[in-house]
Design a protein around this ligand. Structure first.
Ligand SMILES: [Ca+2]
Ligand SMILES: [Ca+2]
Ligand SMILES: [Ca+2]
Length: 288
């Protein structure tokens, strides 16, 4: 029992000595811990907006106030003024640059923004010891509107797939909002008894009631009704996006509507003489 108590006392003594030794080392004034955060950025500005991005520029603070080189930035943005209260829930930008030495110009482009929208931006800076600066001043600017100058592609595979006595069915591949990308907004389908060209497009009949375009690459179809029977027609279409930018003229197809069955029979069957009793009666008489 006594031997065990002595052993325990020795272990406790060694631990106490080690504690004092290391406690003394941490008090060494040669290695002070860093408790000074970077200064708050006071010249943040939002520039060069596009419909989906904004460039931010500011002067880099330092590791300690405005000296040295800080370790990282946290850039955030919001739709309302980016106050300290809004900061925790504000959208965080991704891929912030590493801070340059204090006094240098730093810049970053925030992407993924919505067009025609006002945004507020702010940032905080941390040093390597994890001391965070106060929030910067707030910079704000709106993104620009989307500029769409690209019309849908011209339809090149328009086909008149079937005809009735008064209608012709058209089928084609939907172009897009921009060339063959996206979803266009309107069709203008026209028909004429004479060839449709750029010059005659304006005088061709508008079908009316065209369907909204499907996404690019999908099959679209439309039945042109109220046509005259047994008549050859030309068909063509143009497509517009929402601006609207109109496409060039599609390929032009031709199709003849069918002749009504009664008219067809009248053409095929032999015509009876105007005097109903004439030829037929004499034949039957001869047969007797
Ligand atoms: Ca520091
Ligand atoms: Ca568009
Ligand atoms: Ca477009």
């Amino acid at each position: 029992m006594r031997m065990r108590s002595v052993g325990l006392w020795i272990i406790v003594s060694i631990c106490a000595a080690l504690f004092l030794l290391f406690g003394a080392c941490s008090d060494d004034p040669a290695t002070p811990s860093d408790t000074v955060p970077p200064a708050a950025v006071n010249d943040l500005a939002a520039k060069n907006p596009s419909s989906s991005s904004m460039m931010l520029v500011w002067t880099a603070p330092g590791d300690d106030g405005r000296t040295g080189t800080a370790a990282r930035y946290d850039i955030r943005y919001s739709l309302s003024a980016l106050t300290d209260a809004v900061w925790p829930a504000a959208e965080q930008a991704a891929g912030e640059p590493s801070p340059k030495p204090a006094g240098s110009a730093d810049t970053f482009v925030v992407t993924g923004l919505s067009p025609s929208t006002g945004y507020y931006f702010a940032l905080k800076t941390a040093d390597a010891a994890g001391n965070w600066s106060a929030k910067s001043i707030i910079a704000s600017a709106p993104t620009t509107a989307v500029i769409d100058d690209t019309p849908p592609a011209a339809v090149a595979d328009l086909v008149a797939s079937a005809s009735g006595t008064n209608a012709v069915t058209l089928i084609w591949t939907a172009p897009g909002d921009d060339g063959t990308v996206g979803t266009a907004a309107h069709y203008d389908i026209r028909y004429s008894k004479s060839l449709i060209t750029d010059a005659t497009w304006a005088s061709a009949f508008q079908a009316g009631g065209e369907p909204p375009p499907k996404p690019a690459g999908a099959a679209d179809t439309f039945v042109v009704a109220s046509l005259a029977p047994g008549t050859a027609y030309y068909f063509a279409l143009k497509t517009a996006d929402e601006k609207p930018n109109w496409s060039a003229l599609s390929n032009v197809v031709s199709r003849e509507t069918q002749i009504p069955l009664i008219s067809s029979l009248a053409r095929v069957l032999p015509k009876r003489a105007p005097t109903a009793g004439g030829e037929g009666e004499s034949l039957s008489r001869n047969a007797r």
